[in-house]
Write a protein that binds this ligand. Structure first.
Ligand SMILES: CC(C)(COP(=O)(O)OP(=O)(O)OC[C@H]1O[C@@H](n2cnc3c(N)ncnc32)[C@H](O)[C@@H]1OP(=O)(O)O)[C@@H](O)C(=O)NCCC(=O)NCCS
Length: 225
């Protein structure tokens, strides 16, 4: 992936340990105004570990500045924990990986970089033979949710994580893309976490987000017809 252009003027490569401080700076700039309710706050040390243990894709401007990064992990404790929550059987675990964090510097947001980093990590996961991808997202992180749902992820689980914060777990199986779309069965305001838990328990999965007339974000849960 070294040097490949992923979006208008943005090239990418895997980050090295020496990029950790620049990645931390991007993370801080992107999340300083957001609570843990919306996005998990990382330390420099944690980002350093992610770079060493996983595959962290960096997006660089034409001037060579790191403006975004996104994490793919295959075997750290977070990956195992999410695989456990999804009840992925032992045989399938070697196909599982986790998108474990992304940040785009505010000056570079709304240019499709997140979309590009999702696509880049998907193709990297495929090359690693990891075609089942999980990702945890706050039900209040509408932008991230919308981008992930738009690329084929489905909400499959809802639980408390990272010290008690509400999180949806989205999954995409790159190896099996069922024919046909999902039919809307239940609409749940994303502020009402328990209702998402209920919808998922009843066997539905979340596939689309929209906003109602009161401005509330709504997750549409459905099933294949
Ligand atoms: C969430 C986050 C990563 C999104 O990054 P981003 O690069 O701004 O996202 P994108 O540009 O790919 O997509 C955002 C919007 O821009 C639109 N877009 C895509 N390409 C575009 C382009 N070329 N020009 C303008 N807009 C574009 C997308 O369609 C999307 O909008 P829409 O869904 O309403 O259509 C970023 O806001 C961020 O760093 N947030 C803080 C950290 C965080 O929340 N991480 C996620 C934890 S799960």
């Amino acid at each position: 992936m070294s040097g490949a252009e992923i979006s208008d003027g943005i090239s990418c490569r895997l980050l090295l340990g020496s990029d950790a401080e620049a990645a931390f700076a991007v993370h801080c700039a992107a999340t300083s105004h957001l609570s843990n309710n919306i996005v998990r706050r990382e330390s420099l040390e944690f980002i350093r570990e992610q770079i060493n243990d996983g595959f962290v894709v960096g997006g660089f401007s034409g001037e060579g500045d790191l403006v975004a990064y996104a994490v793919l992990t295959v075997s750290n404790s977070a990956t195992h924990k999410v695989a456990d929550l999804l009840e992925i059987d032992p045989a399938s675990r070697k196909r599982f990986c986790l998108f474990d964090g992304v940040a785009v510097h505010p000056k570079w947001q709304f240019r499709g970089i997140h979309h590009a980093l999702i696509a880049e990590r998907m193709s990297y996961a495929r090359r690693l033979g990891r075609d089942v991808i999980g990702v945890t997202v706050s039900p209040r992180n509408f932008k991230s949710l919308k981008n992930l749902l738009g690329t084929g992820f489905l909400v499959m689980q809802a639980t408390l994580l990272y010290g008690g914060y509400e999180r949806l777990i989205l999954v995409q199986n790159l190896g099996s893309r069922p024919e046909g779309g999902l039919t809307r069965v239940k609409a749940v305001a994303l502020g009402r976490f328990e209702e998402s838990v209920e919808a998922l328990r009843s066997g539905l999965c979340g596939f689309e987000i929209s906003w109602n007339e009161q401005g509330q974000a709504i997750m549409h849960y459905g099933s294949r017809s």
